[in-house]
Design a protein around this ligand. Structure first.
Ligand code: PEP
Ligand code: MG
Length: 585
């Protein structure tokens, strides 16, 4: 049994065997195993070798029939390698001598083997090195279940253990079989974390070396509330966590009873609770949690898992399906926020040195007008089917906003000319997620219909802290007085100009911040759907007067520690069962 501590990013508990994904570059970490497990390692190696041989043989036959014997000969060399007794004995011996995993012994021995070929003066030998790596990779895939490409359809329940996942990989995870997610890297608002929360799977990130410590099929407990992972737990821990799982189930069932009730403060002020989504199929579960609409639809996810960009018709159909699923409830569609950590396959081929400060989001759209116009066409056509708003992300200067609006107008005119139905009065707004936009919110308020404060990026850019870097996660805090001052300014500017304002950053779904956000004047917040019942519970327990008092007090603090401690105290006072429910494990 071993316990690892990371960053808790998605609550809940999972008890299940691990599935360790192929690590970067096939660098297999050294991991020793108890002597008693050595026979298992030998068996795993033999089975993997057997499967690899079968595959290569199949490949050899098909290449031979399609392209002739000469080309197929290369696979003969691969097969010979996998039957080379001296080579295989060396791997088995290393497992015994060093008590290490089969994958580690295989990768070390094969690499040494490749080096001996590399050292030869004869060119023919040196050309074989690539083949050796190819064979190594093939057997490793058999040993460490290279399921990166196949995360959509797993054949067993599993807690995924991996270095990192791209947002698109996370989005395409097999929802039926994945019980938990553990990564070496990441932070609370990294997109992997956001998607894990949206899927309701417990997740812990920033574990640094979890891929080296856990091996495939190890039994794990993931404690997504405390950020703990227990590897091969003892029977007492298993009993304890099974009891916790049951308590969480009861707690959630109690909260869901609030679904039909309004998010109304004790003095009768109603706060609108909306949901953030990445895909249209998240709408039905969001409504079940009590969402009164969608405050943020991250449309870029439509682009992340396809090799080519989706065309106008498929985008239109996705938006239309979302509108129909909402049955008249409003939806804010954010235009493409690609770039930074959300690359399309095409963008990924030309990585930027500083992607979070690079050509991301609205900047990327303004440089790729054909793609942007296709996207806007699809959104506007969908607007004929229900109440939507269009929101531009990452606006950092006035020119960008005006350009984006101009292009939207062009697209509208074109649709009018072609007599395609759409909503001419669709509200147009912007994310406020860059400090320059927050500081200029007075000016922006005269040019938009609404603001949505994106605290995930606002914190990152205000505090110069990468939102997905576990090494600086302790510095990443929405409670920082500088961030709060910006939020306050934005709300004030919006109110003065009668512009609708909401918050859709992850902060909006964290119970500690509810009183503060309401006290600062927000009446609409949008969050990960699973957080809605808890947030509603807190709102129903407070008065506006309480919230304003909290906001005033917070404004007098000069450190995020003071702010967060105070907010936790106040939240616990008004809604102890929610607070303790969170800390249930
Ligand atoms: C934000 O930055 O707060 C936000 C909601 O957008 P995203 O998390 O998609 O960057
Ligand atoms: Mg953002």
């Amino acid at each position: 049994m071993e316990i690892k501590k990371g960053i808790a990013v998605s609550p809940g508990v999972a008890i299940c065997p691990a599935m360790v994904l192929d690590v970067e570059d096939h660098k297999i970490p050294r991991r020793t195993v108890p002597r008693a497990d050595l026979p298992l390692q030998h068996a795993r190696l033999d089975e993997a070798l057997g499967r690899a041989r079968q595959e290569i043989d199949k490949l050899r036959k098909s290449v031979e029939s399609d392209h002739g014997r000469e080309l197929a000969a290369i696979f003969g060399f691969h097969l010979a390698m996998l039957s080379d007794k001296a080579l295989l004995d060396t791997i088995h011996k290393m497992i015994d001598d060093e008590a290490v995993t089969a994958e580690y012994a295989l990768s070390i021995v094969m690499r040494k083997y490749a080096q001996t070929f590399m050292a030869q003066t004869n060119e023919v030998f040196r050309e074989r090195v690539a083949d050796i790596y190819d064979v190594e990779k093939r057997v490793l895939h058999e040993l460490v279940e290279d399921v990166q490409a196949d995360l959509k359809t797993l054949d067993r329940e599993a807690i995924i253990v991996t270095h990192d996942l791209t947002p698109s990989q996370t989005a395409s995870l097999d929802k039926v079989h994945i019980r938990g997610l553990l990564t070496n890297v990441g932070g609370r608002t990294s997109h992997t974390a956001i998607v894990a929360r949206a899927m309701g799977i417990p997740a812990v990130v920033g574990l640094e070396d979890i891929t080296s410590v856990v091996s495939n099929t190890d039994q794990l407990i993931v404690d997504g509330n405390r950020g703990l992972v227990i590897i091969n737990p003892d029977p007492d821990q298993l009993d304890e966590y099974r009891a916790t799982l049951e308590r969480i189930r009861v707690h959630r069932a109690e909260l869901i009873d609030l679904r039909e009730l309004p998010a109304e403060t004790s003095d009768g002020v109603v706060v609108k609770l909306q949901a953030n989504i990445e895909f249209a199929d998240e709408i039905a579960p969001a409504l079940e949690q009590g969402a009164e609409g969608i405050g943020l639809y991250r449309t870029e996810y439509l682009f992340l898992s396809t090799e080519t960009d989706p065309d106008e018709q498929s985008q239109y159909e996705a938006f239309k399906a979302a509108i129909e699923a909402l049955g008249g409830k409003p939806m804010t569609i954010r235009t493409l926020d690609l770039g930074a950590d959300k690359y399309t396959q095409r963008q990924a081929r030309v990585p930027e040195a500083n992607p979070f400060l690079g050509c991301r989001s609205i900047r990327f759209c303004l440089q790729n007008l054909t793609m942007f116009k296709t996207h806007l066409n699809a959104i506007l056509r969908a607007s004929a089917h229900g109440p939507i708003r269009v929101m531009f992300p990452l606006i950092s200067n006035m020119l960008e906003l005006r350009q984006a609006r101009m292009i939207l107008n062009d697209v509208m005119e074109d649709l009018e000319e072609r007599k395609v139905p759409f909503d001419r009065n669709v509200p147009v707004g912007m994310m406020v997620e860059v400090p320059s936009a927050a500081l200029m919110s007075k000016a922006f308020a005269t040019e938009v219909d609404f603001f949505s404060i994106g605290t995930n990026d606002l914190v990152q850019y205000t505090l110069a802290v990468d939102r997905s870097n576990e090494h600086v996660a302790n510095l990443y805090s929405p409670a920082h007085p500088a961030v709060l001052a910006l939020i306050k300014d934005v709300i004030r500017s919006a109110k003065r100009h009668d512009v609708d304002v909401s918050c859709c950053g992850e902060m909006a779904g964290e119970i500690e911040y509810v009183m503060l956000l309401i006290g600062m004047g927000l009446r609409t917040i949008s969050m990960t759907p699973a957080a809605i019942p808890e947030i509603k519970r807190v709102i129903r327990a407070v008065s506006i007067k309480d919230c304003e008092r909290v906001a005033r007090r917070v404004a007098s603090y000069d450190s995020e520690r003071q702010v967060i401690n105070y907010l936790r105290e106040e939240t616990r006072k008004v809604a102890p069962e929610v607070f303790d429910g969170r800390a249930i494990v």
